[in-house]
Design a protein around this ligand. Structure first.
Ligand SMILES: [Zn+2]
Length: 448
């Protein structure tokens, strides 16, 4: 099996791995200025001829550039779970709204429409065929619909070839037209993003899937971080929010639209804390509720929706809400846009108020600026924030311990480390622990 790392190698964002020149695993977009796409020309690069795309989950860095694969005459089949399809379409429409018709957007409305024509949805543990490979999804415990992807290059060949031959190898090599690699008979596990170990999130349970594989490509986002146990994070958050509400203050909780907004709604509902919800997370919540079988507890989600008040989108209304002693869960999670641009200026000057980040703040974002310096450009304002600023890590990724525990199931399996800021360091560490591990670089071709 031939793997080509077109994105997400020793970096986070624009994930893309091309298998046997035919099957793409993820095709993400990295939010930068300008946005970055997997390497190689979208028109003539290695990804352009892909017959099929398998998408691990509906986050921008894994699904954000998929519509670009449908420009011109190309119509690769796109395989994903039903929630991933919904989320990817939501993201694509949002990207069009933000950047459509500019060089910052590599696809058109027409490409996004075509996405619905080439889409095939699959549940967990329902094997399917894609570009001459047998593929199967396993619950990754990251966001609703997120999947580990198991790619097997032997199954389709053995089923598409006659099974009457006494020498199976002989039959395969002579009668299969879909053989693309001489190495053959390889099962690749591609993790996408996952959460393993501990209680997991309220939205989705931790992944327990450890499918057998001959090679594993694993994310390593938090390879150098030990997360505080989820229960402790939640307890601290709830106590902090309650104390602010008792004092009559307002709490703004910046949250990513996909996954984190719903998780924070569930946390509020479980602890009897009223909240408002604003931004793209409102639409995402509505879409995710169409797929209750992909939620940990659909009843809890219904209660969380009843507990929350969704905001309609007028700034006058937002200013009135910000004057109340309440909790406001809003995009953007790193203060780079969205209704947070209205709420934060409204609450920033009063030390009784609070700004509670709910996830990691990437270097260079306004959220990180506020955390590090207490001041940032928020929308059109330069704000020195007097409100109390706190950070809680409600992460949807495995931490160091979760990664090591997961990889322990693959002691004798070669590991390829990607999707992280310290992939090479983590690969060295795994080597020292007795694993066979390395961190491919961007553009690398690896035969496995
Ligand atoms: Zn993700």
């Amino acid at each position: 099996m031939k793997l080509q790392f077109l994105g997400g190698a020793r970096e986070v964002g624009r994930s893309a791995v091309l298998v046997d020149d035919a099957l793409l695993l993820d095709f993400g977009l990295k939010t930068a200025d300008p946005p970055q796409y997997p390497v190689g020309s979208l028109r003539s690069g290695p990804a352009a001829d892909a017959e099929a795309v398998v998408v691990s989950h509906g986050h921008l860095d894994h699904a954000g550039a998929v519509p670009a694969l449908l420009s011109g005459d190309r119509r690769p089949t796109v395989h994903w779970t039903p929630p991933t399809r919904e989320l990817a379409l939501t993201l694509a429409r949002d990207t069009l709204k933000l950047h459509g018709g500019t060089p910052r957007c590599p696809f058109t409305e027409e490409d996004v429409r075509r996405l619905t024509e080439v889409s095939e949805t699959h549940g967990y543990r329902e094997p399917f065929e894609a570009a001459g490979h047998r593929v199967e999804f396993f619950d990754a415990g990251h966001i609703p619909g997120s999947a580990h992807v198991l790619v097997d290059d032997s199954e389709v060949r053995s089923t598409s070839s006659s099974r009457t031959g006494s020498d199976d190898t002989e039959v395969r090599s002579t009668s299969s037209s879909r053989t693309r690699s001489d190495s053959g008979d390889t099962r690749l596990l591609y993790t996408g993003d996952f959460h393993a170990g501990g209680r997991g999130q309220r939205l989705v349970p931790s992944s327990t899937a450890r499918p057998e594989a001959d090679v594993v490509v694993t994310e390593s986002t938090y390879a150098d971080v030990d997360h505080e146990p989820r229960e402790a994070v939640e307890e601290r958050f709830v106590e902090s929010v309650r104390s602010t509400l008792w004092e009559g203050g307002t709490v703004v909780v910046p949250a990513f639209a996909i996954g984190r907004t719903q998780e924070m709604m569930l946390v509020c509902a479980a602890n009897d804390i009223d909240c408002y919800v604003d931004g793209m997370g409102v639409e995402v919540t509505r879409r995710l509720r169409r797929h209750p079988e992909f939620l940990r507890d659909a009843d809890a989600m219904s209660r969380a929706v009843s507990n929350a008040r969704f905001v309609g989108g007028r700034d006058g209304q937002r200013k009135r809400i910000a004057d109340q002693s309440t909790v406001i869960i809003t995009t953007a999670g790193m203060l780079s846009g969205g209704p947070a641009m209205t709420y934060v200026p409204e609450i920033h000057a009063n030390p009784v108020n609070k700004l509670c980040f709910s996830g990691y703040q990437v270097e260079g974002t306004p959220g990180r600026e506020v955390l590090d310096t207490g001041a940032a450009e928020i929308g059109d304002h330069h704000l020195r924030v007097s409100a109390t600023v706190e950070a809680y890590d409600f992460s949807a990724h495995a931490d160091r311990e979760g990664l090591l525990e997961f990889l322990d199931a693959y002691r004798d399996t070669p590991l390829l480390i990607n999707h992280g800021d310290s992939c090479a360091w983590f690969a060295d560490e795994l080597e020292a622990r007795g694993h066979d591990a390395r961190a491919p670089e961007l553009g690398d071709v690896v035969e496995v």
